[in-house]
Ligand binder design. Structure first.
Ligand SMILES: Nc1nc2c(c(=O)[nH]1)N[C@H]1C(S)=C(S)[C@@H](COP(=O)(O)O)O[C@H]1N2
Ligand SMILES: [Mo]
Length: 524
């Protein structure tokens, strides 16, 4: 007596036979399509070169002997890549058909063939130039999905044992439906992956060819004594790689300068649409400005300082002519995020800019390429729109921006803050003189004083590094004569308006955390 999978509950099931040769071959080909489609789609998240199909194709080109390449180029001229891909597709289809034919409920030979193809794909992917282990992910996920589909399809292809040979030629209706659905899903995944992949590649090329605008109105040089370089401390300028990133984008927008435009509308005298050429025809400025996120916890690292090149926002607003009763600039990104910024702040003379470069480089995609806002003194959520494409002049009593709708405060001035960076919380410290160092910020007001206290003792004045500008953070140091035992260090800053950093610990919601950074250290 024969049993089949699914017999565990003891229900008597009619014995089944494997489906017709054609159905099984079709199951294999569709499952291979699932591998490639899913792999293509997942590769968008990793790297275009991690696509299994592309990786195998590129590796074949790179590894084939010179004469094969010459032959291919001569024979197919500029279509040699297409010829390669068509050839690969046929080879994969044939192997996959065989895999489908030999796949059995009990002995998954076909799945094993898929696994072997997967190993080839992984090998090719992780040997691409610049590849990391993550390049294996698209192939691995694709092969797992493919094997699942292969197993399900070949199971659905089975026919009752007693069906006569003629009947069994016709695939079962459920098999056809399932096969069509799997094929459609594979095609959709593959097409989406290709589309997004091409879009990314186009944006990468566009960014590579980007020329950072030359500026006459340069940022003031960073004077000696601004960046005191305490080992383990926070550098005055944050590199693009180390700059914190906060946004709601699941997929980083990849706009090209050709696609980008900024529409200025709403309560303006004349609506404007700026294209890239229009923007760069204007006069850029270069400024050093510290950004901070409202979500930063006391002592947290959601702040960064960069040299930005961009175009003064106030000039563009003046061109459009802001009507007197408009008090909010509602800026919108290409992915639908919005920020509401007080017009009066944008027009009060501070260096609010539409930035196109960060530390001498085009903006990284993650930080808003090709255009983002930078407004000194306001948290990012109300001012620093990345991938900005739309400006609506409106009113705070009419419009609400993204985070304001979600319970955050409508206006977001940056609160005076200070942080201990050195010694690290885990540092082993010996009694004696210990250098304590950190950062403080109160953008657009400036840091006037930083004080440190030990074990709730009297406040002691720290030494401030040179101030670059009131729009940037400021380093500080303090000499501690440390004694053995556990100690608690606390820091607080006072801005140049005389406001002392607020002691009460509050959460970042709705308008930024308050409290003094506190660090417990063991000295022994
Ligand atoms: N398009 C877009 N812009 C955005 C955001 C976002 O979610 N989407 N987040 C804002 C917030 S909350 C902050 S703190 C800053 C962070 O900028 P960064 O990622 O370049 O450091 O970007 C702002 N601009
Ligand atoms: Mo933020």
């Amino acid at each position: 007596m024969s049993t089949t999978i699914g017999d565990r509950q003891g229900a008597a099931r009619a014995p089944r036979r494997r489906g017709h040769l054609f159905s099984r071959a079709l199951a294999g080909v569709i499952a291979a399509g699932v591998v490639l489609g899913v792999g293509e789609l997942i590769s968008v998240l990793i790297d275009p070169n991690s696509s299994p199909f592309l990786a195998v194709g590129s590796t074949t080109v790179d590894r084939s002997p010179a004469w094969v390449r010459e032959f291919a180029i001569d024979t197919y001229s500029t279509n040699d890549k297409t010829a390669l891909f068509v050839g690969m597709a046929i080879l994969i289809a044939v192997i996959a058909a065989v895999a489908g034919i030999v796949e059995q409920p009990r002995a998954p030979f076909g799945s094993a063939i898929f696994a072997v193809l997967g190993v080839v794909g992984v090998y090719a992917a992780i040997h691409r130039p610049g590849a990391t282990w993550s390049f294996a992910i698209p192939t691995v996920v694709g092969v797992i999905a493919g094997i699942v589909v292969l197993r399900l399809l070949t199971a659905t292809a089975q026919v009752p044992a007693e069906a006569d040979a003629e009947d069994s030629w016709m695939p079962r209706r459920s098999f056809l439906l399932f096969a069509a659905a799997a094929a459609a899903a594979a095609a959709a995944a593959g097409a989406t992956g290709r589309y997004l992949g091409r879009q990314i590649a186009g944006a990468v090329d566009n960014r590579r060819d980007f020329t950072v605008p030359a500026v006459a109105d340069k940022a003031a040089p960073i004077a000696p004594g601004t960046d005191i370089g305490v080992p383990g401390g926070t550098p005055f300028i944050t590199s693009n790689e180390d700059f914190y990133r906060i946004d709601t984008a699941l997929r980083v927008p990849r706009l090209t300068t050709d696609e980008w435009q900024l529409r200025i509308h709403g309560m303006v005298d004349s609506e404007l649409t700026l294209r890239w050429e229009d923007l760069i025809a204007r006069t850029p400025v270069e400024r050093v400005i510290t950004l901070t996120c409202v979500s930063n916890q006391v002592g947290g690292d959601l702040a960064g300082n960069a040299t930005w090149i961009g175009y003064p926002i106030a000039d563009l607003l003046a061109e459009a002519g802001v009507q007197p009763d408009a008090d909010m600039l509602l800026s919108r990104s290409s992915d639908g995020f919005t920020a509401g910024t007080p017009v009066q702040i944008l027009q009060d003379g501070r260096d609010a800019i539409l930035a196109v470069a960060m530390n001498g480089r085009p903006l990284p995609f993650e930080h808003g390429y090709p255009v983002r806002q930078v407004v000194p003194g306001l948290y990012g959520y109300v001012s620093a729109t990345k991938w900005v494409v739309d400006w609506e002049l409106t009113r705070f009593d009419k419009a609400e921006a993204y985070w304001t709708k979600r319970g955050w405060s409508a206006d977001g001035p940056i609160k005076t803050a200070s942080r201990i960076d050195v010694p690290a919380a885990s540092a082993s410290i010996e009694p004696g003189r210990v250098l304590v160092a950190g950062t403080a910020w109160a953008q657009h007001r400036g840091i006037g004083r930083v004080e440190v206290r030990v074990d709730n003792g009297p406040w002691q004045t720290a030494t401030l590094a040179a101030q670059y500008s009131i729009d940037t953070w400021r380093q500080w140091t303090w000499d501690w004569d440390a004694t053995s035992g556990m100690h608690t260090l606390q820091v607080r800053a006072t801005d140049l308006d005389g406001n002392v950093q607020v002691q009460d610990r509050t959460s970042p919601v709705p308008s930024g955390a308050t409290g003094w950074d506190t660090r417990s250290l063991r000295v022994s």
